[in-house]
Design a protein around this ligand. Sequence first.
Ligand code: PEP
Ligand code: MG
Length: 850
Amino acid sequence: MADSTSAVAVLAPLSGIRVALERVPDPVFAQRIVGDGCSLDPVSGTLLAPIDGRVVQLHGSRHALTLRSPAGIDLLLHIGVDTVGLRGEGFEALVAEGEEVRAGQPLIRFDIDGVAQRARSLLTQVLVANVDAIERIELGRGALEAGGSVLFRVFPKSASTGAPVGGDAAAGELLVSDPLPLPNPAGLHARPAAVLAERARAFDCPIFLLLGERRGNARSVVEIMALGSRQGDALRIEARGPAATSAIETLSALIRQGCGEDLEAAAAQLAAMTAAASQPAASSRREPGVLVGVTASPGMALGAVARWRRAAPRIVDQAGAPEAEREKLTKALDEVRRRLARLGSAAHDAARSGVLGAQQGMLDDPGLAEKAEEGIAAGLSAGRAWQAAVEKQAGVLEALDNPLMRERAADLRDVGAAVLRAFSGEVEQPAELPEGCILVAEDLTPSETAQLDVSRVRGLCTTGGGPTGHVAILARSLGLPALCGVDAGVLDLPEGSEVLLDASAGRLLSAPDDGQREAARAAIERARQRQASMQAAAARPAHSRCGARILVVANVRHAGDAREALAAGAEGVGLLRSEFLFDARDSAPDEAEQAAAYAEVAEALGPQRPLVIRTLDVGGDKPLPYLPLPREDNPFLGLRGIRVSLAHPELFRVQLRALLRGAGQGDLHLMLPMVAGVEELREARTLLQREADALGVAAPKLGVMIEVPSAALTADALAAEADFFSIGSNDLTQYTLAMDRGHARLAAQADALHPAVLRLVGMTAEAGSRHGRWVGVCGAIAADPLAVPALLGLGVTELSVPAPAVAATKATVAAQSLEDCRALAAELLRLGTAAEVRARLADWEAAHAM
Ligand code: PEP
Ligand code: MG
C-alpha cells in the first residue's frame, strides 16, 4: 500500500463520512490517547481491512481489532463508542487473531441499526496505535466508500528523522507478556506508575503497557496513569529489541509485586477514602452559618481563620533561540529536582515523602519533555512551552473516569508551577501561619502540603480537592481534622475570625455562639483524652478483657517499616516479607547486603521483641528476573515459596547464612512460606542446622506458614516438628476456595471468613496447642476488627497486622473475653457461608462495642 513517497494509504473500512477525532465522545479517542488517525460515521455494516496486514489482536467482544502492516504500523479499528459493553452482541468476527489479511477483505460484520440504538455512538475509529513510528498523518478528502477511498495517509519516520516504522521490527521480534493481574488496590496511580516508568527507562528498547485497547508508553508516568487501570485488570507488556526479554521479565515481576507499593497499607487507605467519600451530599445539609463539605480527615477544631494565598508564577513570553530556551528548561528542571530531593530527605512521614517521590517521577516524564520540546521548536518561550505541556497532560488525567487519577492532575500542575517559578528565580517560601489556625484555601498543592508547618494548624478546609487528595492523605496521617470540597463562601470568611470545624460531621460553623464553642471545647477535650488513652493502650502489651496475653505485632518489609510499626505500638514483627530485598533488581542481593538489612531490622527491635522473618516467597506468580524458573501453566500451583528455596539450595543457603549472621542476636524466628507438608520443613531444617553449625551459632526457632489446606489438615504432624505456626490467610483462602486472590470478579467471594477457612484455622490452632506451639495469623484477616473475636475464639494468640492497624487491633482485643470468643467460634463453625459468619460477627461487634 506504500505510494511513491513511501506514505501508507489507509482505506476507509466502512462507507460514510469522515469525522475529526476531537468530536468522538470519549476522551481516550478525542485526546489521541489511544493513537492518531480519524473517525468516521458509518453507513455500511461490514468492516473491511484498510491495509494489508496481520490481525494481531481481536477483542473478545469483537468490536475492535488491531492490524499490523508489514512495515510495522499498528492500526486499531474500533467500531462505535462504549461498544465493549455490548459483549459481542451484534458483532460477528470474520477473521481470527494471527490471520494475514489483504486491504478490502471483510473483517467484522455488525448489526449497524442494533448497535446504533444500543451504543453511545456509532462513530468508528481508525487509529495508528504506535504513533512513535510515524511522522504524521494526512487526512484524505470527500465522502468515504468502503475499501475504495483513502481515509488518511500515514508518513512513517524516515531514517533521517528517527527510527523507521519498521525499525522496531528490524530491531527484533515484538514480544508480549502474559496477562498480569494488577495487584494495586487503586490501580497504577502516580507512585507505582513512577516506579514502573523509572524501571522501564533503564531498558534500551521500546516498551508499552497494554490494557484492553489502551496502550501507554511504559516510560511515561502520565501515559501509564492514563491507562486508567484498576485492581485485577490484566495488563500486558509489549517490548521489542535485544533487551525485550529482560525488560518484560523485570517489569512483569515489578507489576506482580505492586510496583513498590505497600499493598496492604494501600488497601487500608483506599477503604478509608471510600468510607469518607460515601458521606451524604453536602447540599442535603445546608443551614445558615454552616458551610458544608466532605470529610477528608475526621475530628473537631476551634480556631481562627487563616487564608492561604499563593501568587501565580510569572511566565516570560519572549522567546530566545530554541537552543537557549532548551537550556533554560533543563536548568529549571534540574533545580526543581534538587529541591524535591532535599524536601524528600527532610520528610519524616511516608505521606509526605510519597507525594514528593511521585512529583519527582512526573518531572522525568518523557511525554512532558517531548511536548515541551515541541513547543520550543515551534518558537515558544521555555516557560510557555512547559506550561502548555503540563496543561495538556493534566487535561488527559482530568478527563479520566477515576477520581484518584483526576486528582493526580493537581500534582502535575503543582510540579509544573515549581518549574515555572524556577525560570523566573522566584523562591517558593513556606508561608508564615498564625498559631492555632484553621487554614482555608481553594486547594493546597502537594508541595505546599508537604511544607506546611503543621504545628501551627488545627484544621484544614479546602474548596477543592477530595477525600483521595494529598491534603486528605496528609491530614489523616497527622490526625488533623480536614474538610474538602467546602462551599466557596468559606474563602470570604474574615481572616482571624473564630470558626468551628466539625470535620467528622462534614461542616464548618462560621460564627459559632458561646454554647456551641463551649460544647465543642468539651468534645475536643474528650476526643483528646480518648486518643491519648488509645495511644497509651497501643504502647502497652495487648491483653484481652479477661487478662489473656495476645501478641499484636506488625507486618513489615524493612527496618523503616519496623521503626514505624514500633512507634504505632507493635510489640514486634510477626512477618517480615524478605522478598522485598530481592525484587526490582537484576541480581540477587549477596550475603553481606542481606545480613546488613536483617541486622538493621533486628537492631530496631532490640533483643527482646520477636522478629519473625519469612524466607524468600517468590516464584510462580512472582518470578525474579535473575532466577530461571520454568514457564508454568498454573503458576499459583507451581514453584512458589519454600519450593523455590529447596529447588535452589544455593540461593536458600545464602539467605539462611545472612539471617543467622545479621539477625541472630535478636529474638529471631524463621518462617517458611507455602509449606504443603512436613517433608519440606524437614529439608529446610536440615539446611538451616548445617549453616548454623558451620557458623558455630544456635539455630533459631523455625516455624511454618499455614497457607495451603494440606498444611492445615496435617497440622498435627507439622506441629510435632515446627516451633510455631503463622496462618497466611490470604493464600489459605485462595487455595481453600480455589479463588485467585487477585481476581477482581471473585474478590467479594474470596472471603477469609468463609467457614471452610475458619475450620482450617481452628484445626491449626488446636494442633499447635496440643504440641505447645504458638499460633498466629499474619494474613489480612488479622487486621479486620470484625474477625478478631473469631480468631481469638479459635485459639490464635498472635495477630500480625499493618502498622496503622495496631492500635485498633489492640483495642478490639481488649474488649474481648476469651471464653465468650470460644463460644462464638463454635457457633461460627456451624454456619454455612461467609455472609452468615459476617452477619453474626457484626451483631457481636455491636454488642461488644469498645
Ligand atoms: C498470606 O498469604 O496471608 C500472607 C501473609 O502471605 P502473602 O500475602 O505475602 O502471600
Ligand atoms: Mg502468602
